[in-house]
Design a protein. Structure first.
Length: 230
């Protein structure tokens, strides 16, 4: 589960920066739909687990578990339950908590601007797990591009209600600008729906991180997203 050979698809080679040298490694290709599971969006944990299973059955192969308010014991229990239910057919990414990523045997870690620096996170999770970094403007993205992150996230693209105190909206032009600044896989996030998803991909995003527009009938919604994205 930890090897890079198990990644979905590999693109052209990209550079990873080590101490004093450059090493070529394959660049991962993310699935176009990247659902995020936040316990705050569900009435209880069983509801979140059921949504995860629906998303997987609909064809989602990458999910992120994001809990900004839970205690570590509860988060670990929920993360392990998701791993047990979904098996190895779905790549699971832990938001923020590097130690829980390891304990729950997740496939990767996603960190934000206020979390561990990318290279500190990499030291904890090792070389084989995926590492994603959130950015909100060209300066942050350019800095993140210099790290060993496997993919970069940019947003919010549109107004969003799923995050308290969101950063300024960057719009489709922000996606185009981000695409110019990196060759790494680019994940767009923030206010993305089935109605605007195609335009975000056309602006240069490789994948779309979605929360709110997958909450109602997750399986059916995911199927509709995947049809739109082609």
């Amino acid at each position: 589960m930890e090897g890079r050979a198990s990644r979905p698809v590999l693109q052209e080679q990209s550079e990873t920066r080590g101490a004093g040298s450059l090493q070529l490694i394959p660049m991962l290709q993310l699935p176009k739909l990247y659902p995020i599971l936040d316990p705050a969006c569900f009435s209880d944990a069983p509801g979140m687990f059921a949504a995860a299973e629906e998303l997987a059955a609909a064809g989602c192969t990458l999910l992120q578990y994001r809990d900004k308010h839970g205690n570590a014991r509860q988060m670990l229990a929920e993360a392990r339950e998701l791993r047990a239910r979904l098996g190895t057919s779905v790549k699971l990414i832990m938001n923020d908590r590097a130690e829980l990523c390891l304990l729950a045997q997740y496939d990767g870690l996603h960190v934000g601007q206020d979390d561990l620096p990318a290279e500190s996170a990499r030291l904890i999770i090792g070389a084989v797990r995926w590492l994603g970094v959130s950015t909100h403007n060209p300066e942050q993205l350019a800095e993140a591009d210099k790290t060993s992150a496997d993919y970069l996230a940019i947003g919010p693209i549109f107004a969003t209600a799923s995050k308290a105190n969101p950063d300024p909206v960057i719009g489709l032009e922000g996606v185009r600008r981000a695409r110019e600044l990196t060759r790494k896989p680019l994940v767009a996030i923030g206010g993305i729906t089935r109605a605007n998803a195609r335009s975000v991909i056309e602006a240069g995003a490789d994948a779309l991180a979605v929360i709110s527009d997958l909450l109602r009938a997750p399986g059916k919604s995911a199927e509709e997203f995947l049809r739109v994205l082609g």
